[in-house]
Design a protein around this ligand. Structure first.
Ligand SMILES: *Cc1c(COP(=O)(O)O)cnc(C)c1O
Length: 384
């Protein structure tokens, strides 16, 4: 170590890069290596400031520029209309399960707060349970008796005329179903749709005529845990319950440009780097094509196999989260162990579903999915 500038740093970075695995975790999830490298390079001193983004005042002009760029990039990527506001909040999607009703369920009639829920899996069940604490909940449809293997046809939804909004989970991370589009349920007549899009936001375009509130934690398809993104049509900002905590009141958060309290600055910064990365990939339309290619490759492989299977109706299979089972479940541990030895990690299914699950978010390259398929083919061959 004769160089006090640490000649090993570049080499360390190379070694760390070589150690990286294909991480199929549902969340917190894999991030683009080049984003992590950039964050590493900027860690000690962000652009000549002599400080890390973590150490900056959220009210200073440096962080203001990071925040402003992240907002502008997100708006561009998702083509968010001018009359929608973007809020960077905390508390995760589970926090929003309470924050949404606290802000919205009184909208139609504060004396009879009410919301409709479409139940398509574990996450919408959670949202519905939490909302019950704040008003009447109507389960407009559920696919529970089909073990959430399909999304109920919108024509069969039993929607109420006096509900403040309809809640959907547009990608069910655990069971692996995804709305391929949000159905027309009278949004142009004033029906409000709220979507928990935690696990597929930015994986595909959003039709803003069909959804008026979109929320999601960043740790699945965007960036590090800690920032929750809420995109809300501006006319919906004023209906909060009087007991809604101020820091969770969408209108107050918006009026303070997401700085009502200290925002999760570092998580916003890394999310911003991911937005820039996405733009370099060609934006959401381009990443969507890659996501289709990845998901098609994996589902096609599962479907031609007798050794593996996916149980979701092909019309609503998630492009992001692919649960699958081995026909011989006694091979599960061996599968996971050998996968890990091949640099393919976090493939164990959620405990409520069992089996395996591959989460293949934006940052998972096609090569990762191909490597998984190759491994699965080989595991099948050697298990025969
Ligand atoms: C992960 C997830 C959540 C929970 O998010 P938290 O950030 O832990 O609150 C909620 N909804 C969906 C669809 C998810 O994938």
């Amino acid at each position: 170590m004769n160089d006090p500038q640490n000649p090993g740093l570049a080499a360390m970075m190379q070694n760390a890069l070589a150690e990286r695995v294909y991480n199929f975790s549902p969340g917190p999830a894999t991030l683009p290596a080049e984003v992590l490298q950039q964050a590493a390079q900027e860690m000690l001193s962000w652009r000549g400031t002599g400080m890390s983004v973590m150490e900056m005042s959220h009210r200073g002009k440096e962080f203001e520029s990071i925040h402003g760029q992240a907002l502008a990039d997100l708006r561009e990527l998702l083509q968010i209309p001018k009359n929608f506001r973007i809020l960077f909040m905390q508390g995760g999607a589970i926090g929003q399960n309470a924050i949404v009703p606290l802000n919205l369920i009184n909208r139609v009639d504060p004396k009879q707060p009410k919301a409709d829920f479409v139940i398509t899996g574990t996450w919408s069940v959670k949202s519905e349970k939490e909302a019950r604490r704040y008003g009447e909940v109507n389960v407009a449809a559920t696919s529970q008796d089909q073990k959430y293997s399909r999304i109920p046809d919108a024509a069969s939804w039993n929607l109420s005329d006096d509900a403040a909004y309809v809640h959907l989970c547009t990608n069910e991370t655990i069971v692996g179903v995804e709305f391929q589009q949000i159905p027309d349920i009278g949004q142009d007549q004033g029906r409000i749709v709220v979507a928990d899009a935690s696990s597929h936001i930015l994986s595909r375009p959003i039709d803003w005529s069909r959804v008026q509130v979109v929320y999601g934690g960043a740790q699945k398809n965007i960036g590090p845990a800690g920032v929750t993104i809420v995109i809300v049509r501006e006319d919906l900002l004023g209906a909060a319950h009087p007991l809604c905590p101020s820091a969770f009141n969408w209108r107050l958060v918006d009026e303070n440009n997401s700085m009502y309290n200290t925002p999760p600055t570092y998580a916003i910064y890394v999310s911003g780097l991911v937005f820039q990365w996405l733009k370099r990939q060609g934006g959401v339309a381009a990443i969507e094509q890659r996501n289709i290619a990845k998901a098609t490759a994996l589902y096609s492989f599962l479907d031609q196999s007798d050794f593996y299977r996916n149980e979701i109706d092909p019309s609503c299979r998630s492009r992001m989260n692919v649960p699958f089972f081995l026909a011989d479940e006694s091979r599960n541990e061996a599968f996971l162990t050998q996968a890990r030895a091949n640099g393919l990690v976090q493939l164990k299914g959620h405990k409520s579903v069992g089996g395996m699950r591959a989460s293949i978010y934006n940052a998972m390259p096609l090569e990762g999915v191909t490597a998984l398929i190759e491994f699965m083919r080989e595991f099948e061959r050697t298990s025969a």
